[in-house]
Design a protein around this ligand. Structure first.
Ligand code: UFG
Length: 341
């Protein structure tokens, strides 16, 4: 099969492209603007599968390049990751998030239609649920995002669903799967791909940077949430399990249907629990200080992953924090300044 992967130089996109190549993909066309992605991650893919990877440096809002690339390559499946993905940043820069997520997805869908591509897997988020009334979250619960990152992703979901309906109306069979990720952590077991954001704001790498001394201390954003220890609870999924979920999603794509799935392990860990696990893995206390709440953060997000398990046959190999933190720590120790720039 031939794949086109947008955001292939990013954290989840690169891990998924690697998984597709390892499972025998004939070709992966890796599209990335390199605004947040890393050329070095593409290099890892190129070395892993010589001759099977083509890199196209382009912004997904570049309609002409996207259209030309899709027409020339005619991929069987597009996997769409390219996006800004920081809840906190989105609070101060809503238009930037709408432009990249919604604008980029509209441009991609136009190119998909022009090229007659029939299948799409989209990187969505549990941030589309906002602050749910109940836990765990099932796919049928209302989507009421509480930050621009989630609102823009929800707009993308709507756009994709309508595009599937539009294709059906005109006799096409375009189908999509929307994967709503929970929190992603860890790195590839071979240590070649990692998590490298600038600025880094995610909990696990931030805690590990504090352990390494490349950040003064981990700030714990809020200790007065209505949770047992007062800190926010999230459902963490290993990036390699998430990459495998995309392979399952590709296999589960159905003509003229748009299906949505939560991807998490179904367990919640508080910020303090994650910090404690990081301390266990690094073998020493990590400097941490209490800071005010971060705007836009829901108190608890925990998935019910039964639908993705039942319908797509996905089964996470890792259901504890240990392998996520251990692989992230190995990568960070080997690459204290991130990917070579
Ligand atoms: N946190 C801290 N200190 C930090 C960083 C994070 O206390 O230095 C807390 C946050 O307040 C939050 C939790 O740790 O309660 C997790 O924060 P992350 O920034 O790691 O992740 P988010 O939950 O904000 O968002 C992430 C991704 C999104 C995705 C979302 C789904 O960035 O793309 O998970 O929950 F949509």
């Amino acid at each position: 099969m031939k794949y086109l992967v947008t955001g292939a130089a990013g954290y989840i996109g690169s891990h998924t492209a690697r998984e597709l190549l390892m499972r025998g993909a004939e070709r992966v066309v890796a599209v990335d603007s390199l605004e947040r992605g890393h050329r070095a991650a593409i290099g890892v893919l190129e070395r892993l599968a010589p001759g099977r990877v083509r890199f196209v440096e382009a912004d997904i809002r570049d309609r002409r390049t996207l259209r030309e690339t899709l027409l020339a390559e005619r991929p069987d499946v597009v996997l769409h990751f390219a996006s800004f993905a920081l809840v906190g940043e989105s609070m101060g820069h809503p238009a930037m998030y709408w432009s990249c997520s919604a604008g980029g997805t509209a441009s991609l869908l136009e190119a998909i239609q022009a090229a007659g591509t029939r299948r799409l897997v989209f990187s969505s988020t549990c941030a589309t649920y906002g602050v749910p009334d109940r836990m765990p979250i099932v796919e049928t619960m209302p989507q009421r995002p509480c930050n621009p990152y989630g609102s823009a992703k929800l707009a993308c979901e709507t756009m994709i669903r309508e595009q599937v309906e539009g294709a059906r109306r005109t006799g096409g069979d375009f189908g999509a799967v929307l994967l709503r990720y929970f929190n992603v952590a860890g790195c590839s077991a071979d240590g070649l791909l990692g998590e490298d954001h600038d600025p880094e704001t995610h909990l696990v790498p931030s805690a590990l940077q504090a352990a390494l001394g490349t950040r003064p201390a981990l700030e714990i954003f809020g200790t007065d949430y209505p949770t047992p220890d007062g800190t926010c609870i999230r459902d963490y999924v290993h990036v390699e399990d998430l990459a495998a979920a995309h392979v399952d999603a590709v296999a589960g794509l159905r003509p003229a249907e748009c299906r949505s799935f939560n991807v998490g392990i179904g367990r919640g860990f508080s910020v303090r629990e994650v910090l404690a696990e990081c301390e266990r893995v690094v073998g020493r206390p990590i400097p941490a200080k209490i800071a005010p709440r971060r705007e836009g953060d829901p108190p608890e997000l925990r998935s019910d992953p039964s639908l993705v398990m039942r319908e797509l046959g996905w089964k996470p190999r890792h259901v504890t924090l240990a392998p996520m933190v251990e692989s992230a720590w190995r990568w960070m120790q080997a690459n204290p300044a991130g990917y070579p720039r």
